[in-house]
Design a protein around this ligand. Structure first.
Ligand code: AHG
Ligand code: MN
Ligand code: MN
Length: 293
C-alpha cells in the first residue's frame, strides 16, 4: 500500500501538515461539485474577467473551510478584490486561485486549485513562501506539494491521497513547450527563441490551464510561458495567486522561473493584483531565455 499523504506529512511542522491535509480534504468535494456548478455568474472579478458559477462557488467553499480550520490569518484570492481576513490567531497567510483554467470547464479539460502558504503578511515576495501546492482535477485527481522538502505527487483514491511519486525533478532535457497569448503579439526575441526550440524537436502542448500546462512540464520537462506581449507587457498571469506558487514548486523540482530578468520569486509585489510575465521550466532553458530577452 502506497504511503498516505498524512504519513508523508509526518516529517514537517505539524501545523503546516494540518493545513495541507485540511486543503487536501476539500479536493473530492470540489471535483464532484464541478459536475453541477456549471454556467456563467453575472459578475466580473477584479481582473475584469467574467466569473463562472464554479469560480465563485469554489472560492467561497475554500475560504469558508479555511476559516473553520482556524489556522489561517488571511487569504488573497483571484476572485476577491481585497485581502480577506479570517482568524486573528491564524498562523498562515494563503494565496488562492480556487479554480485555475475555469474556461476549460465547458470543454471538460483540465482545471485545478493553486495554493501558496506563507507566514509573512501578504503581499510579499514569492521566496517567502513556506509551502506551495496544487490540486489537479483531471481524469484522476492529483495533489502536488512542496514544504521545501522536494516536490511530491499524490493520487486521489478511495482511501484518500496516496503517494504517486516522491522528490520529482524536471526531466532533462525537456520535451515540451506551451505558450499562452497570440503568437503575433509575442516579442520578436521570444518568437525566435521558441522557433529554436521547435527546430530542436520540442513539441507544443498547450491546454489553457496554467496548472495543467505546468503539471506536464513537471513530468516531461520543457518550458511553459504566458509571456510579455506587445499588447500586454505584463502578460496575463497573476504574480501572487498563480506565478509565485508554481515558481516555488518548480525551483524545488530543480527548475527555474523568470519574469524576463530575474526569478519570479524575487519580484517585489506592489499590490495583490499584479500580473507578471511568466516563464517557467528547466533551468537551462530559463537561463538561455533570460540572456535572449
Ligand atoms: P483562471 O482560469 O484562473 O482565470 O486562469 C486562466 C489563466 C491560466 O490558467 C492559463 O494559463 C491562461 O489563463 C490561459 O489564457 P488563454 O485563454 O489566453 O490561453
Ligand atoms: Mn488562474
Ligand atoms: Mn481562477
Amino acid at each position: 500500500m502506497a504511503k498516505a499523504l498524512k504519513e508523508h506529512l509526518g516529517g514537517i511542522d505539524s501545523e503546516l501538515a494540518s493545513l495541507i491535509l485540511k486543503i487536501s480534504d476539500l479536493a473530492s468535494t470540489i471535483s464532484s461539485e464541478l459536475t453541477y456548478r456549471r454556467g456563467k455568474a453575472d459578475t466580473k472579478n477584479v481582473f475584469g474577467e467574467l466569473q463562472l458559477i464554479a469560480d465563485k462557488w469554489a472560492d467561497q467553499f475554500i475560504i469558508d473551510e479555511l476559516r473553520k480550520s482556524e489556522l489561517v490569518k488571511a487569504v488573497v484570492s483571484e476572485e476577491q478584490p481585497d485581502l480577506v481576513k479570517l482568524n486573528d490567531t491564524g498562523i498562515f497567510n494563503i494565496t488562492l486561485d480556487p479554480l485555475d483554467g475555469s474556461s476549460n470547464i465547458e470543454s471538460n479539460n483540465l482545471v485545478g486549485t493553486i495554493i501558496g502558504i506563507y507566514k509573512e503578511d501578504l503581499p510579499t515576495q514569492g521566496k517567502r513562501q513556506i509551502a506551495a501546492m496544487y490540486i489537479l482535477y483531471g481524469p484522476v485527481t492529483t495533489l502536488v506539494y512542496t514544504a521545501q522538502n522536494g516536490v511530491h505527487e499524490f493520487l486521489h483514491t478511495k482511501e484518500g491521497f496516496v503517494l504517486k511519486e516522491e522528490n520529482i525533478t524536471l526531466p532533462e532535457p525537456g520535451k515540451l513547450y506551451g505558450i499562452g497569448g497570440l503568437r503575433k503579439d509575442w516579442l520578436p526575441s521570444f518568437r525566435r527563441y521558441i522557433e529554436e526550440l521547435e527546430l530542436a524537436g520540442y513539441k507544443l502542448r498547450y491546454g489553457g490551464s496554467f496548472v495543467g500546462d505546468f503539471n506536464q512540464i513537471l513530468h516531461y520537462g520543457g518550458i511553459f510561458a504566458y509571456p510579455a506581449l506587445t499588447t500586454k507587457p505584463n502578460g496575463k498571469l497573476r504574480l501572487l495567486v498563480e506565478s509565485n506558487t508554481m515558481s516555488f514548486i518548480v525551483e524545488q523540482a530543480g527548475g527555474a522561473s523568470t519574469n524576463g530578468t530575474c526569478s519570479i520569486l524575487e519580484v517585489e509585489p506592489e499590490g495583490i493584483t499584479q500580473r507578471v510575465p511568466t516563464y517557467i521550466g528547466n533551468k537551462a532553458l530559463i537561463e538561455k531565455l533570460e540572456k535572449i530577452l
